[in-house]
Design a protein around this ligand. Structure first.
Ligand code: CA
Ligand code: CA
Length: 170
């Protein structure tokens, strides 16, 4: 049985979540992601935005563990990720957006360095790139969100787009 294209894409996303590259996803990977974002945008971990980002990262990890860590060892293996993501997120596509939203909201707040309340296409692409999306994918996802071409994207659109990027496929 050849695995579906869908399953292969989900498996490829595993590498994005496994930020430290040690072969499984755990809490530390989400800490790495938060730290990388703060470094990219020059934000202090102790700032309000930094604290919100770490809180969002923890919630994201807890949500992912709840979906995928079947044996409860606080590690999500590649198999657990593929099974959890493919079977459970496909059944409930909004679930991923739900668990990712606090982290993404905080990440976009970190990216909004001039505090004008919106993220530019460039900022959004930077966030996606820091999180491990390829350069082309980061650009394409960010640009596609700017439907009217004014260089700004709405957060309301970013969260579901991010969820689609990581869970779905076309
Ligand atoms: Ca890891
Ligand atoms: Ca596990």
């Amino acid at each position: 049985m050849v695995s579906s294209d869908y399953e292969r894409r989900i498996a490829a996303r595993f590498a994005v979540f496994d930020q430290d590259g040690n072969g499984y996803i755990d809490r530390a990977d989400f800490g790495v992601a938060a730290k990388s974002l703060l470094a990219e945008f020059g934000t202090a971990a102790r700032s309000d935005k930094g604290q919100a980002l770490y809180a969002g990262a923890e919630a994201f990890w807890q949500g992912m563990a709840g979906i995928a860590d079947r044996d409860g060892d606080q590690r999500i293996t590649r198999e657990e990720f593929v099974d959890g993501a493919v079977k459970r997120l496909r059944d409930n596509p909004d679930r991923f957006a739900e668990i990712a939203r606090p982290f993404l909201h905080a990440a976009l707040s970190v990216a909004d360095t001039d505090d004008d309340g919106s993220a530019t296409v460039d900022d959004t692409a930077r966030v996606l790139r820091v999180l491990g999306a390829g350069e082309d994918a980061a650009r394409a996802v960010a640009a596609a969100l700017d439907t009217d071409g004014d260089g700004v994207v709405a957060e309301a659109d970013i969260v579901p787009a991010f969820a689609r990027y990581f869970t779905v496929t076309e």
